[in-house]
Write a protein that binds this ligand. Structure first.
Ligand SMILES: [Zn+2]
Length: 248
């Protein structure tokens, strides 16, 4: 419905309506559109990045990854980028307030008027609180926190099945995307390896950090009434279908 109204608002007949009716329609449209500010939650390897991209495409809203906007700000030498770089150059964590500033600067752009899907932020309760209070000042709020739920053992299994070609960068999975010949890259014929990042002990460490720091956000957003959980053990397309059922 929101999409339909959006289209209508650009129609001449609507634009020529008396101002009060035009405003009414646009007001409804804005109400609908504001319901698309989404946060993605889920353990590393749960597939939330993939789902975030699919959501962005389906609902025509930007996929806002904090990693990407940091890089863009630094590359373009913006004031915020320079500020962030000072911390990073010293090996320090960028303060949450600054990260949120950079984020708000991004979501204030025109393409985010219909909403956005945040990927990679917030990762901690303090970050979520800074984000919420900053949005509140703008009269905005997050509408959905989508948790892609996958048990640790599934994630470890998924990751340990990955194989990578260090020569050409191609990636495989021994179960889901096997190479034609075991252990050999289809594209360049080099040997395939299990990357250190995908080793069970590395994955377990990342999961521990997730449980300690990020998982508390599930209770946080449950309390706010916006948490929606999907079973992330399903096939990628089925996970996405579950998400679109929720988002409408
Ligand atoms: Zn290769």
């Amino acid at each position: 419905m929101g999409r339909l109204l959006l289209l209508k608002c650009f129609r001449k007949d609507i634009a020529n309506l008396p101002e009060n009716r035009y405003n009414k329609i646009c007001e409804n449209e804005n109400k609908e559109r504001q319901k698309m500010k989404i946060i993605m939650l889920g353990a590393p390897g749960a597939g939330k990045g993939t789902q975030a991209k699919m959501i962005a495409e389906q609902y025509k809203i930007p996929h806002v990854s904090t990693g990407d906007i940091f890089r863009a700000n630094i590359k373009n030498g913006t004031e915020l980028g320079k500020e962030a770089k000072q911390y990073m150059d010293q090996g320090l964590l960028v303060p949450d307030e600054l990260t949120v500033k950079i984020l708000l600067d991004r979501v204030a752009q025109d393409d985010c008027r219909g909403g956005y899907v945040l990927d990679g932020f917030p990762r901690t309760i303090p970050q979520a609180e800074v984000l919420d209070s900053a949005l509140e000042k703008l009269g905005e709020k997050i509408d959905y926190a989508v948790d892609v739920d996958v048990p640790d053992e599934n994630i470890v299994k998924r990751m340990s099945g990955r194989r990578a070609c260090l020569k050409c960068g191609a990636t495989y999975h021994i179960e889901h995307i096997p190479p034609k010949q075991e252990g050999v890259c289809d594209s360049c014929g080099s040997e395939l390896v299990l990357r250190d990042d995908d080793r069970p002990e590395t994955v377990q460490n990342r999961l521990k950090v997730y449980h300690d720091q990020t998982q508390p956000l599930i209770a946080y957003y449950t309390e706010k009434g916006i948490l929606r959980t999907v079973d992330g053990t399903m096939d990628m397309q089925d996970v996405f279908r579950a998400i679109t059922d929720i988002l409408g």
